[in-house]
Design a protein around this ligand. Structure first.
Ligand code: PLP
Length: 360
């Protein structure tokens, strides 16, 4: 069976051994005579999957005991509003750093349900960089600051967290568990599973328990984090299949050396690409400021659109797939998430060098 080199920005490539194991036990899980997705979420088999995935996530990300770990639905998109509903009372306010498409969406949705403001915008620099501490305009009595740790479309990431003296709330969807998290600095972290950790349909929220239950709002059951925390995210039927597969991915990550190793691999993969870009005399060009370059989503342009189309066509013929940049940015986007083999990146960079030789 042929497998392509899949550089999709999400859903993303997953470890082959996880897919194979999932396939092998799909029809008959643990000798139960049925698939895990047909079984009760209150049954022994599934409850164990849920508890193991929660425990594995805590170990990998070193989540402190005073943080709740929640497995929810609605994607990172629902979290844009749900975070603000749960962490802000009507009279309170939060600041938002707008580093690009996702930062902007978070800000817009939160502003529909709470009193928030834009503390920094990357618009003047075409969303190619992250702010320094002194550029972030914090108003007095701001409860927390929202950031997007990695902008999936713009290819911009916070290399260092902004050094503010209020807690951070972060959308980490596209660099989730690709580097360690300094929990002291956060009240809440969230991320969709489908960029680094598993299939779509699952979002992970990690929230400081101390900050819960203070919103004073009359929230519907599902929207209240406390409901999920009190029930180990089994208060209603959870997204069983994505949690089951993510559990396997987390196990695979633990077996392969944990976050330190995946951070190292992310450095290796992205350096391979940035080296080719930087050694091409501007033929391949990255729009992103050097110290804000993403290790997960690498964006670059060729000298013109005709060359870009030819590049994508020839890449596809070599099974280098899903490289077209987002329609708002154009060019090429390579997404190098946790399960992307270094060998696949080498095949891509060799192709880039050949393409430059032939067309440059
Ligand atoms: C993909 C993505 C989202 C949206 O996730 P959904 O699961 O589709 O709602 C939000 N933020 C970032 C940074 C993303 O990469």
């Amino acid at each position: 069976m042929k497998r392509v080199h899949n550089f999709s920005a999400g859903p993303c490539t997953l470890p082959l051994e996880v897919l194979e194991e999932t396939q092998s036990e799909f029809l008959n899980f643990a000798g139960n005579g049925m698939s895990i997705i047909e079984d009760s979420h209150r049954g022994y088999s599934y409850e164990k999957i849920q508890q193991d995935a929660l425990a594995s996530f805590r170990r990998l990300a070193d989540v402190p005991d005073d943080f709740a770990l929640l497995f929810l639905q609605g994607g990172a998109t629902l979290q844009f509003a749900q975070t603000a509903m749960n962490l802000l009372a009507e009279s309170e306010t939060a600041g938002y750093v707008n580093t690009g498409v996702w930062g902007q969406k978070a800000l817009e949705d939160a502003s529909k349900v709470a009193n928030i403001y834009e503390a920094w915008s990357g618009e003047d620099t075409s969303f190619t960089t992250t702010p320094n501490r002194n550029e972030i305009g914090l108003k007095e009595d701001t409860k927390w600051l929202h950031i997007t740790s990695n902008e999936t479309i713009g290819g911009v990431r916070f290399r260092h967290l902004p050094d503010v003296d209020i807690p951070l709330v972060a959308d980490m969807s596209s660099d989730f568990l690709s580097r360690s998290i300094d929990w002291d600095k956060f009240d809440l972290v969230y991320g969709g599973a489908q960029k680094n950790l598993g299939p779509a349909g699952l979002v992970i929220v990690i929230v400081r328990r101390e900050s819960l239950g203070k919103h004073g709002r009359n929230l519907p059951t599902y929207l209240d984090y406390q409901f999920h925390d009190e029930n180990d995210s089994l208060g209603n039927t959870p997204p069983m299949f994505p949690i089951y597969v993510m559990g396997k991915v987390l196990g695979w990550m633990e077996k392969n050396g944990g976050l330190e190793e995946f951070e190292r691999r992310a450095e290796i993969r992205s350096s391979l690409l940035y080296e080719v870009i930087d050694n091409s005399d501007g033929w391949y060009s990255s729009p992103v400021a050097t110290d804000s370059r993403s290790l997960m989503n690498i964006i670059f342009h060729l000298p013109d659109e005709t060359l870009e189309s030819r590049f994508l066509e020839e890449a596809t013929a070599l099974d280098l797939i899903n490289l077209k940049g987002h329609r708002s940015v154009g060019g090429v986007r390579t997404s190098l998430y946790n399960a992307m083999p270094v060998e696949s990146v080498e095949i891509l960079t060799n192709f880039m060098k050949d393409f430059l030789k032939t067309n440059g």
